[in-house]
Design a protein around this ligand. Structure first.
Ligand SMILES: [Zn+2]
Length: 177
């Protein structure tokens, strides 16, 4: 014969339930125990727990998604600003005439600012949201990139721009242009 133990709903003591038995008496407090009621109660409790777990998961997922999108927006803004600085800086350097030093100075200054903006801004931005450091996964299980597509494009663009400016400066210096 199978015997299982069920908690008495009144005092919590273990009440033995034999197979095919629907009612029992608690040996400690003497109250009548309906085993089916306890089972139904446990099932309802389990469902309640499931609903509350799901609710909690949905809420945290929503918060995570929101944080991630804020982080991505901030990251992209950083690169857009850097892109603007470097483009304007590059134009200033390129339009400079030989005797026009101010234009070169402004242009170089803007290029340096653009590089500093990325070099200092990107890590600082990551520190603000440590959960989204590179390598972590986003809500859909995709790996989060610290740079994003925009960052990579701007990064390569910056390297090319700075490279061009530095190379032309070196060439000008060597050949005394
Ligand atoms: Zn009892």
């Amino acid at each position: 014969m199978n015997i299982i133990k069920i908690d008495c709903p009144h005092c919590g003591a273990a009440v033995e339930r034999k197979q095919n038995e629907y009612f029992g008496t608690c040996p400690y407090c003497g109250s009548e125990v309906c085993f089916d009621d306890i089972k139904a109660e446990a099932e309802v409790e389990g469902l309640r727990q499931k609903v509350s777990d799901l609710d909690w998961k949905l809420t945290t997922d929503k918060q995570y998604k929101k944080q991630l999108s804020t982080w991505k927006k901030g990251r992209d803004r950083l690169y857009i600003i850097s892109c603007l600085f470097s483009t304007v800086g590059f134009i200033f350097v390129m339009i400079s005439k030989e005797e026009d030093d101010a234009s070169v100075t402004i242009g170089m200054g803007l290029l340096i600012l653009a590089v500093l903006f990325v070099l200092i801004g990107a890590p600082l931005h990551c520190l603000k949201y440590p959960a989204f450091f590179e390598g972590n996964e986003d809500f859909s299980g995709n790996k989060i990139s610290r740079f994003g597509l925009l960052g990579k494009v701007v990064g390569i663009g910056l390297l090319l721009l700075c490279g061009t400016v530095v190379c032309s400066a070196i060439v000008c210096a060597i050949f005394n242009l």
